[in-house]
Write a protein that binds this ligand. Structure first.
Ligand SMILES: CC(=O)N[C@H]1[C@@H](OP(=O)(O)OP(=O)(O)OC[C@H]2O[C@@H](n3ccc(=O)[nH]c3=O)[C@H](O)[C@@H]2O)O[C@H](CO)[C@@H](O)[C@@H]1O
Ligand SMILES: C=C(OP(=O)(O)O)C(=O)O
Length: 427
């Protein structure tokens, strides 16, 4: 298994290109199932999860071709075409590796009138049920049964109908599945208390480019007028606001000065506000966002919340940043019940963090000392990288396949701004 080795203490300085967003890519790819025409996605990040989703699409009869990208470029262009679906089954073996596979449920049901998708199960950060995905689809007429670990869904008469669903809890994935199901329904589908994440705006914009009729994009009420068919489109995946925020935390902890090229300030206001709370200079540039820091970070008080609140996907990285802060920072995780897996690993590097239920108090220490640490999930892994960049001595991060799910060529991007970091390949 690959390992990332960091010799800490280098100030990050320079430009970091921000890739296409993983969480947008994973909901744009299944849109290809909604039409028999090609969907071309530009700026698709080179990530393990994107490759995994490509395999799932292939399994369903959707071809995928990569065009015109050189190995040295970030991102790729992929054309996915589902002329005819050869299967409507997403098997356990694929779904268990990538939770986002559940996002084929809505599109398969909309296009083929049926879908059989393995239940994704829990993961390191929490239980992550899919009850809201199913309830929203039922509100549009789907009939659903659970058997042998699979969701079996069908649309009476082969087509979903109009309906209204109010989410009791904001869910990104359930909103995405419901929107993709609704675009081909016969009638009007209304979603209340829908998630408003920029990745959902990206999904809606892509669907509109394919001929969908969606009102209220970016708000908590989405009204979708079903159409008889969608056509192909070419669409550019939005920049990854979580990747950008992660490198911003790395710049702050190393007292660096970086430009996050391609990042969009309007899509990450809560992250930028948190960086300012920590004392960083944050300014929009022509090409992105500049984040600069001198001295130790001020303490922060952060509580995760659905967009436009502070993202749960940024919590671990800010926590790592706060470990070298001036005083005590307070974190509250309200979205996932088990998202402090990074805490025991950060403790191995000398951090002072006390978890009390959903909250964690981080008391800034004078220095971190490099250590062998183990990545447990995607953002927890990034928090270890951030701490390692500022630690004295060498940090070895193991189980980096978690990082490869969500950070495109992390070590190259960090080397280019002065970090002493390398990947040791297991061969
Ligand atoms: C691929 C992708 O985009 N992943 C993101 C997506 O995950 P994902 O879509 O899985 O997260 P959700 O927004 O659905 O989860 C939010 C909360 O709702 C709960 N819930 C969700 C669905 C459901 O049917 N029932 C239910 O109770 C979850 O357990 C969680 O407590 O949004 C999360 C919250 O911003 C991010 O951390 C993930 O990075
Ligand atoms: C939790 C995350 O992703 P996923 O939903 O794909 O597990 C994440 O991106 O931080």
């Amino acid at each position: 298994m690959d390992q990332i080795v960091i010799r800490g203490g280098q100030r990050l300085k320079g430009r970091i290109p921000i890739s296409g967003a993983k969480n947008a890519a994973l909901t744009l790819l299944p849109c290809a199932l909604l039409t028999d025409e090609p969907l071309t996605l530009r700026n698709l990040p080179r990530l393990a999860d994107v490759d995994g989703f490509g395999h799932l699409l292939n399994q369903l009869g959707c071809s995928t071709t990569i065009e015109g990208s050189r190995p040295e470029d970030f991102g790729r262009v992929m054309t996915a075409r589902a002329t005819t679906l050869t299967s409507t089954v997403a098997p356990y073996d694929i779904v268990r590796k990538m939770r986002a596979s559940i996002l084929v449920l809505g599109p398969l049901l909309a296009r083929a009138g049926e879908a059989t998708v393995s239940l994704p199960g829990g993961c390191a950060i929490g239980n992550r049920p899919i009850d809201l995905h199913l309830k929203a689809l039922e509100a549009f007429g789907a009939e659903i049964e659970l058997a042998s670990g699979y969701v079996k869904a069908s649309a009476p008469g082969g087509r979903l109908a109009g309906g209204k669903f109010t989410f009791p809890v904001v869910s990104v994935g359930a909103t995405e599945n419901a929107v993709m199901a609704a675009v081909l329904a016969k009638g009007t589908c209304i979603l209340e208390n829908a998630a408003r994440e920029p990745e959902i705006v990206d999904l809606c914009n892509c669907l509109v480019a394919m001929g969908a009729q969606i009102d209220g994009i970016g708000t908590e009420t989405l009204t979708i007028e079903g159409v008889d068919r969608l056509h192909g489109a070419t669409y550019r995946v939005m920049a990854d606001r979580i990747e950008a925020g992660s490198y911003a935390c790395a710049a702050v902890i190393t007292e660096g000065d970086v430009e996050l090229v391609g990042a969009k300030a309007a899509e990450m206001e809560a992250t930028l506000a948190a960086l300012r709370q920590a004392g960083a200079t944050v300014e929009e540039t022509k090409g992105g966002i500049r984040v600069a820091m001198s001295g130790r970070a001020e303490p922060v008080t952060l509580s995760t919340a659905p967009y436009p609140g502070f993202a749960t996907d940024m919590q671990a990285q800010f926590m790592a940043m706060a470990t070298l802060g001036k005083g005590a920072s307070l974190f509250t995780e309200t979205i996932f019940e088990n998202r402090y897996m990074h805490v025991p690993e950060l403790a191995r590097m000398g951090c002072d963090i006390e978890v009390r239920g959903r909250s964690a108090v981080v008391r800034g220490v004078d220095k971190l000392i490099g250590a062998p640490v183990m990545a447990t999930d995607l953002r927890a892994s990034m928090s270890l990288i951030i701490a390692g960049l500022a630690a004295e001595g060498t940090t070895e991060v193991n189980r980096v396949y978690h990082l490869d799910r969500g950070y495109e060529r992390l070590e190259e991007k960090l080397q280019a701004v002065g970090a002493d970091i390398e990947r040791i390949s297991a061969g």
